[in-house]
Design a protein around this ligand. Structure first.
Ligand SMILES: [Mg+2]
Length: 185
C-alpha cells in the first residue's frame, strides 16, 4: 500500500538462533555460566567460544546451506512478526549474508519455511533501506546507528540470552516497537 511503513527485520539474533547453530558445530555448551555471561556482554563469538573468526566461517561454510536453513526459530519470532503485520503489510527480512554462496540460499529456505510471504533482502549495507518511513529491528548496534544516521527509524533488539534468562523482557521489546510504529503513523 502507498506510503505504508516499511518494516525491516533482521534474521540472526532476532528471528533465528545463529549463535546456537555455531555452538552446535563446535560442541560449545551455551549453558556454561561463564560462556553465557560472555554471550550477554560480547558481540561476536571469538571470545565466548574460544575460536577465531576465520575458523568459525570455514566450519560454517563447510556445513553448506543446511546450517542456515536449519537454524532454530526463536519462541518470540512468530508473535513479533504478527505484531509487525498488524501495523504494516510492508515487511522484509533484511539480513547480512556471509561470503559463501550457500548462505543466501539457506537463509531464503529458512524464511520460506517459517515466513513464506515475507521477502528476503540480503545485504550487509542495511542503511540503504533507511528513510523516515522505514524501521529496522536488529540486534547489532552498528546497524541501528547507521540506519538512524541515514534517516531511518530503528529498534535495538535485546540480547537473546538476556531474554532467555529473564534479564530482559520480550513484552517490553514489543511495547517499544509498538511505540515507535505509532509515532511513525
Ligand atoms: Mg542480527
Amino acid at each position: 500500500m502507498k506510503n505504508e511503513i516499511k518494516i525491516c527485520v533482521d534474521m540472526d539474533g532476532v528471528l533465528c538462533d545463529f549463535v546456537t547453530g555455531v555452538a552446535d558445530l563446535f560442541g560449545v555448551n551455551t549453558k556454561d555460566l561463564e560462556i553465557r555471561d560472555q554471550l550477554k556482554e560480547t558481540w561476536g563469538l571469538e571470545k565466548p567460544f574460544d575460536i577465531t573468526d576465520d575458523d568459525m566461517w570455514i566450519v560454517i561454510d563447510d556445513s553448506g546451506l543446511k546450517f542456515w536453513s536449519d537454524l532454530d526459530l526463536f519462541s518470540w519470532a512468530k508473535p513479533l512478526m504478527e505484531i509487525l503485520s498488524s501495523h504494516s503489510s510492508q515487511i522484509c527480512l533484511l539480513t547480512s549474508p556471509s561470503d559463501n554462496i550457500s548462505c543466501i540460499k539457506g537463509k531464503i529456505d529458512w524464511a520460506k519455511r517459517y515466513f513464506p510471504d515475507i521477502p528476503v533482502i540480503p545485504t550487509s549495507e542495511k542503511y540503504f533501506c533507511a528513510h523516515n518511513r522505514s524501521i529496522l529491528i536488529d540486534d547489532k548496534e552498528s546497524n541501528i546507528e547507521a540506519f538512524k544516521e541515514n534517516g531511518g527509524n530503528a529498534f535495538l533488539f535485546p540480547n537473546q540470552w538476556k531474554l532467555k534468562d529473564g534479564e530482559e523482557c520480550i513484552y517490553d521489546a514489543y511495547d517499544s516497537i509498538r511505540d515507535i510504529l505509532k509515532e511513525m503513523k
